[in-house]
Write a protein that binds this ligand. Structure first.
Ligand code: NAI
Ligand code: MG
Length: 493
């Protein structure tokens, strides 16, 4: 590596109490570009000392200073200013996101538009948080007030780095909470760039703090910290379960989004061309590194052979390549760890089922964590490749005979994040929608996600909902207020 590459390595600092700071211990770790495997940045490796500092700042900002006095209108305006700034800087942010995560630049641009929209949505919602008047039988005025839950710890993954930060920060700020956000160790860069916008937007110091570092050292101390009132987590099921345990001792509110093994169900009467495109889009978008990836593709037997052939043929035309090239449809996986994981599932699939296409790395690419779009078929639903979240471009095609069997296979996993059903028969499609145990169900589409609508899982895909009006609920407490209206209160003593 020449000096040019070294010169490109940028040193970042984390963001605590309105300042960019080193970790207390002064340690750093390298952050890479997965398309070249080279370091592009050095980032502080935070630990419990840094988390303590960030939580103290968040607690102080919640308890005193300007933030508790900031009106809902002003919080809304801050969020609108953040949205505007993200739009203004979207070229820089998309390029950085694409470089750091490996996602195609075109997808990163969509992400940045969604980030801005998320801040706008919660900017608008901040003034629409309403309480209630409760019809108690007493001569009293009974109210339910909605109040911010306090300090929110927010631990996010690497597949949609800044978008996941937005899904966490925007509703928390709208609600009047303060935040300690930990980006994934692989992809902290856009969140750290975004931190530069906060003061300009009018956010007081300590309201948003960003601690960088690894899960065990920087994530776990957030999940167990006594002054953190709520933890919002998106990531693996195993870490999600550990977070619930860590949060239990101090009875934190917890919301979890833990991914899945989502079924994408195709009936024989579905529009065939849209179905093929929908199957590919459902599982290969963002290199398959998507919590709602339609990785189990259930196809009704009369169209199964034709479907398999058409899907495999089109998958072979998917352009895998450098994420910053606009024609690229699939970039590298985010890290060596994820590459090894997905490669091992590709090999496992060859033992468990039949391979239609892919199954390895693109031959012409010599560096970067690239894998081929891969389709297995005749997959048993009990196979590991049909049950375990792979989080890469690996699809499992499963044939089915009828509606009842489709529903049974679709529901037969521990997960329940998302599902999709394709049919021109609205009666059948809606019957299946009702029978599916999943938090999100698409009909004749898969993946479009809008901030206006709730997002979250059934079963082991987690609990709580992000986005939409429910997204802010998770950052609010309810205070019952009873105002006695009798001059002399009624009682027994
Ligand atoms: P992970 O669950 O380990 O990482 C997600 C976040 O949790 C990161 O910020 C990480 O630093 C943090 N974390 C890890 N261990 C922690 C701990 N003990 N305490 C507190 N925070 C902790 O996910 P990983 O290892 O990057 O990916 C493994 C698998 O997880 C993927 O193959 C995929 O199946 C799944 N995953 C699901 C995601 C989703 O959107 N639901 C996102 C990322 C991964
Ligand atoms: Mg992990």
């Amino acid at each position: 590596m020449g000096s040019e590459a070294e010169a490109a390595v940028r040193r970042y600092r984390m963001y605590i109490n309105g300042e960019f700071v080193e970790s207390e211990r002064g340690s750093h770790y390298p952050v890479s570009d997965p398309s070249t495997e080279e370091s592009i940045a050095e980032v502080p490796s935070g630990d419990e000392k840094d988390v303590d500092r960030a939580v103290a700042a968040a607690k102080a900002a919640f308890d005193s200073g300007p933030w508790p006095e900031t009106t809902a209108q002003e919080r809304g305006r801050i969020l609108f200013r953040l949205a505007e700034r993200v739009r203004k800087e979207s070229v820089m942010l998309s390029e950085l996101e694409s470089r750091n995560s490996g996602k195609p630049i075109v997808e990163a641009e969509y992400d940045m538009a969604d980030v801005a929209t998320c801040f706008e949505y919660y900017g608008g919602l901040s003034t629409k948080v309403l309480g209630h008047v409760n019809p108690v039988p007493d001569n009293a005025l009974s109210l339910s007030l909605r109040e911010p839950v306090g300090v929110a710890g927010q631990i996010i993954p690497w597949n949609y780095p800044l978008l996941m930060a937005a899904w966490k920060l925007a509703p928390a700020i709208a609600a009047g909470c303060t935040c300690v956000l930990k980006p994934a160790e692989q992809t902290p860069l856009t969140a750290l760039e975004f931190a530069h916008f906060l003061t300009d937007a009018g956010l007081p110091p300590g309201v948003v703090n960003i601690v960088t570092g690894f899960g065990e050292s920087a994530g776990a101390p957030i999940a167990s910290h006594p002054d953190v009132n709520k933890v919002a987590f998106t990531g693996s099921a195993s870490v999600g379960k550990a977070i619930v345990k860590m949060a239990a001792d101090t009875v934190k509110r917890v919301t979890l989004e833990l991914g899945g093994k989502s079924p994408n169900i195709f009936f024989a009467d579905a529009d065939f061309e849209s179905a093929i495109d929908g199957a590919l889009f459902g599982v290969f978008i963002n290199q398959g590194e998507v919590c709602s990836a339609g990785s189990r593709i259930l196809v009704e037997k009369p169209i199964y052979p034709k479907f398999l052939e058409a899907m495999a043929a089109k998958a072979r035309t998917i352009r895998v390549g450098p994420p910053l090239e606009r024609q690229t449809k699939m970039g590298p996986l985010v890290s060596k760890e994820q590459f090894d994981r997905v490669r091992s599932y590709q090999e496992l699939g060859k033992k468990e089922a039949k391979l239609a296409t892919g199954g390895g790395c693109p031959a012409r690419i010599t560096r970067g964590y690239y894998v081929e779009p891969t389709i297995f078929y005749d997959v048993e639903n009990s196979a590991r490749i049909a049950q375990e979240e792979i989080f890469g471009p690996v699809a499992a095609l499963i044939p089915f005979s009828n509606e009842a069997e489709a529903v049974r296979i679709a529901n037969a996993t521990p997960y329940g994040l998302a599902a999709a059903v394709w049919s021109r028969d609205i009666f059948k499609a809606f019957r299946v929608v009702k029978a599916l145990r999943a938090g999100i169900v698409w009909v004749n589409h898969m993946q479009p996600t809008f901030v206006e609508a709730p997002w979250g899982g059934y079963k082991q895909s987690g609990f709580g909902r992000e986005l939409g009006p429910s997204g802010i609920e998770e950052y609010l407490e309810t205070k019952q207020v009873h105002i006695n209206l009798n001059e002399k209160p009624i009682g027994w003593y």
